[in-house]
Ligand binder design. Structure first.
Ligand code: P53
Length: 472
């Protein structure tokens, strides 16, 4: 009974992690195309190369080739009963270098065809305008969003999409996981990779991303007032490690800065008071003009979306602890009550209910969980089946807690599990970190037939959707 009749069940991907065809039909290189693969098993991290070197394997260049196989993939999504499919548009298919004045028609046509294919099955597209796919050229020549001109390039790109797809796409997200920009290692997504950058510069670039987002929201609503344009954050739910007041206070401060800050700017339209304090204490200078403030106020989003994979614990002496939890973005510590995934991410379904309530009580706008899932090793049995009961169990627990949150009164409108078809991991570049309901025959070095097959979770999720979340 929990899920509303029109609840948007579906799945999510991003262009750089599934399309491949990195230089086909006029596409230019994005920042993701410069990322080599890492490996959890051998402990190697992804490296970012300023020059693409043919002797190395770059996973995004071929990925799972959905550029050529999207019809087959969408047919499988339709078979599961998807109501919505979250995808990103590769910025560099539309503006290969980012600073052109006219778009690449072949790129625009590709997504026209893709949206038509989705509508054929009654699947609503949900488009992330920028998902780690900044044109490499904008980083190299402009230092990305540190340069105000990039705001204009983004606005032109977003406006091009809005005009072209105004009758085909209703749901938009301006930037994926925008709060990565608050983290030192998140700076690359905003195009800062030519040198070391000060904290002031990193926050200035993020500020310019906020402005770009606000401009897009305003432009989009002019083009089609029915557009729903949202924000998207990586939500890392935080608990105090103990009830020591110092741990609780530290948790509040980190939660404010890493989870709340970007949402406060994008939903409420102004910098929150605690960031002024943080900037002062850390000698961070960000130029925020009166005009900027008016723009942020005018360009607030219509709904709030986030990724939710895990929670972590915070202690006031975080820096010198040796019980760090895996997979986190900023060094939280482990929670002895939670199990972890094969990649060390702490699995916490109740945390999702807690988080949905936390966000909703703050903003009271519609929410969507646009990423959630279990990255795991899968084994193909001799008969070709894939028995991913661990994944089914993960989803079941999370869906139960989403239902509870809806019963609590949270306005949750949709759910798009991450990597509904196996794809390249953003964090490691691996293929073996699989999230999908659909298996793709491909390994970490890029070998395999790329054939698609249904995992046990595929049939399970199909029943979940058909029963609107009743049959788990
Ligand atoms: P992968 C880290 C922590 C939380 C979300 O991540 C993250 C990351 C980046 O690794 O990113 C989102 O592939 C992101 C997706 C990404 C997904 O989480 O490292 O929006 O692009 O694939 C899962 O397992």
């Amino acid at each position: 009974m929990s899920f509303p009749k029109n609840f948007l069940w579906g799945g999510a991907t991003a262009a750089n992690q599934c399309e491949g065809a990195w230089n086909v039909d006029g596409k230019g290189p994005s920042i993701s195309d410069h990322n080599r693969a890492g490996s959890r098993t051998s402990g190697t991290r992804r490296t970012f190369d300023l020059e693409i070197d043919d002797q190395y394997y770059y996973p995004s260049h071929t990925a799972i080739d959905s550029y050529h196989r999207y019809k087959e993939d969408i047919a499988l999504f339709a078979e599961m009963g998807f109501k919505v499919y979250r995808l990103s548009i590769a910025w560099t298919r539309i503006f290969p270098n980012g600073d052109e004045t006219t778009p690449n028609e072949a790129g625009l046509q590709y997504y026209d065809d893709l949206f038509d294919e989705l509508h054929k099955y009654g699947i609503e597209p949900l488009v992330t305008i920028s998902h780690f796919e900044l044109p490499f050229h904008l980083g190299k020549e402009y230092d990305g969003f540190l340069d105000k001109r990039t705001i204009g390039f983004y606005e032109r790109y977003a406006t091009t999409l809005f005009e072209r797809y105004k009758d085909k796409v209703k749901y938009w997200l301006t930037f994926n996981e925008i709060n990565f920009g608050t983290l030192d290692h998140g700076r690359r997504i905003n195009g800062l990779f030519n040198r070391e950058y000060t904290e002031s510069e990193q926050y200035q670039a993020l500020h310019n991303v906020f402005l770009a987002s606000a401009k897009a929201v305003i432009a989009g609503h002019k083009i089609n007032p029915d557009f729903q344009i949202g924000c998207m954050l990586a939500y890392i739910t935080m608990y105090p490690k103990t009830c020591r007041p110092a741990d609780v206070l530290k948790t509040q401060q980190m939660n404010d800065r890493l989870n709340y800050f970007c949402g406060d700017v994008q939903v409420k339209g102004a910098y929150p008071y605690y960031m002024k304090r943080y900037f002062e204490q850390n000698d961070i200078q960000v130029e925020i003009t009166e005009e900027d403030k008016a723009l942020l106020k005018a360009g607030t989003v219509d709904y709030y979306t986030f990724s939710y994979y895990m929670s972590t614990c915070i202690a006031d002496n975080l820096e010198d602890r040796d019980d760090k939890s895996g997979g986190n973005l900023f060094g939280g510590v482990s929670n002895e009550y939670l199990e972890t995934s094969d990649w060390g991410w702490q699995i916490d379904p109740i945390g999702l209910r807690y988080t949905l309530n936390q966000i909703y009580s703050r903003y009271e706008v519609p929410l969507m969980v646009v990423e959630n899932g279990l990255g795991a090793f899968d084994k193909v049995e001799e008969d070709g089946s894939i028995k991913d009961d661990y994944r089914i169990d993960y989803f079941k627990q999370h869906i139960i807690e989403m239902g509870n949150a809806i019963d609590d009164g949270v306005d949750l409108i949709g759910y798009t599990p991450w990597g509904c078809i196996d794809l390249i991991s953003a964090g490691t570049g691996e293929m073996s970190k699989r999230y999908g309901f659909i298996y793709v025959d491909r390994d970490d070095e890029g070998n395999g037939t790329l054939d698609r097959s249904r995992k046990d979770s595929f049939y399970w999720y199909k029943d979940v959707i058909a029963s609107n979340g009743e049959k788990l």
